[in-house]
Ligand binder design. Structure first.
Ligand code: P6P
Length: 333
């Protein structure tokens, strides 16, 4: 494949589909550059004195790793001066982050999980960054959390980076899903996969099976059938993967199919699942749908959920269309 850079791809996409206005192109390139910086810091590991905990907790009550905080700062600093954003929101910050008055403000709002999979940082397992782009409401003066409360179907772009054996950036602006691989010698993102498509059927599922005794009946029924394999109603064997980094599990599914589940859990009815809607489930669901997959919270299409709180959690069932439809149907029966 002729080497096409991220910049060339975005310029040509704008020319072909008129879907990437200049400010959105700048936003994507700035985020991509920030992911390069995060990849560099992550890659140093112990040599960079960035491993281990920072001795603080985030809004989720989770212990923050040094790299969580560093990644958040990299994304904030990279994006606040460009004039393309009105505000940002992050898993690592309790409230939204308006662009400081000393900088011009733009028409987009950026949400991100700066470093997803933190439990994997210190043991050298793939982690990543997830981001989502919304438009600021018309005539918005001072941005508030309420301005971010837009359903996932309002996203204008979404993407994730995986810091693994390769560093990759997967991106959609609503015209399919493309993957760019970081050329570390040149420091540039190179287009390596175009119009990624998730197979509608699969033989692979991803769930943290240690929570099985807390699952609700539809999930138990569905997973039991997968585990019964060729001896059960599905008539074929399934394989299981759980990396505990959503970006890595989703990237595998984008490449070879699969169904990813983080269900609600009977222990905490007011905490419906672990993953967050605004900056994990929604961007990943936009990408998955653009690649021919499906994503629901067990009851409805993820991208149609009307958010109420910035850090709200949601059950997640996403991936190969036929499997997501089946497990969702079990919730409705
Ligand atoms: P568990 C990582 O902390 C994360 O938010 C997702 O990336 C991942 O899918 C999930 O949590 C892992 O959760 O309960 O298996 O550790």
């Amino acid at each position: 494949m002729k080497r096409v850079s991220l910049t060339q791809y975005l310029v040509e996409e704008q020319r072909l589909n008129n879907s990437i206005p200049a400010e959105l192109r700048l936003l994507i390139e700035v985020v991509a550059r920030a992911c390069k910086t995060i990849s560099h810091a992550v890659g140093k590991g112990a040599l960079g004195e960035v491993l281990g905990t920072a001795g603080s907790e985030n809004i989720q009550g989770e212990v923050q790793k040094k790299l969580d905080i560093l990644s958040n700062e990299i994304l904030l600093e990279a994006n606040e001066w460009g004039g393309h954003l009105a505000a940002m929101a992050s898993e690592e910050m309790e409230s939204i982050h308006p662009i400081p008055n000393r900088y011009p403000k733009g028409e987009y709002m950026l949400l991100f999980d700066p470093l997803d999979g933190s439990s994997n940082i210190d043991v050298n397992v793939s982690i990543g960054t997830i981001f989502s782009v919304l438009k600021a409401p018309e005539g918005m003066a001072e941005p508030t959390e309420q301005d971010f409360m837009q359903a996932g179907n309002k996203q204008v772009a979404a993407g994730y980076a995986v810091y693994g054996p390769q560093t990759v950036l997967v991106l959609t602006t609503g015209n399919g899903v493309n993957c760019f691989t970081l050329d570390r010698e040149m420091g540039s993102w190179v287009l390596t996969q175009q119009n990624m498509q998730i197979p509608v059927d699969t033989k692979e599922y991803a769930i943290n099976a240690s929570n099985a005794r807390h699952w609700l009946p539809p999930v138990t029924r569905y997973v039991n059938e997968l585990q019964a394999g060729v001896t059960g109603s599905r008539g074929k064997d399934f394989n299981m993967r759980w990396i505990a980094s959503m970006v890595a599990d989703v990237h595998r599914i984008l490449n070879r199919g699969g169904v990813f589940m983080y269900p609600a859990d009977a222990r905490e009815p007011d905490k419906p699942g672990k993953l967050r809607l605004m900056y994990e489930a929604n961007p990943m669901s936009f990408i998955v749908e653009q690649a021919g997959g499906a994503s629901t919270d067990g009851k409805q299409r993820m991208l149609d959920i009307q958010p109420e709180k910035l850090h709200q959690r949601v059950p997640v069932f996403l991936g190969s269309k036929n499997e997501v439809e089946l497990v969702t149907r079990y919730h409705q029966e």
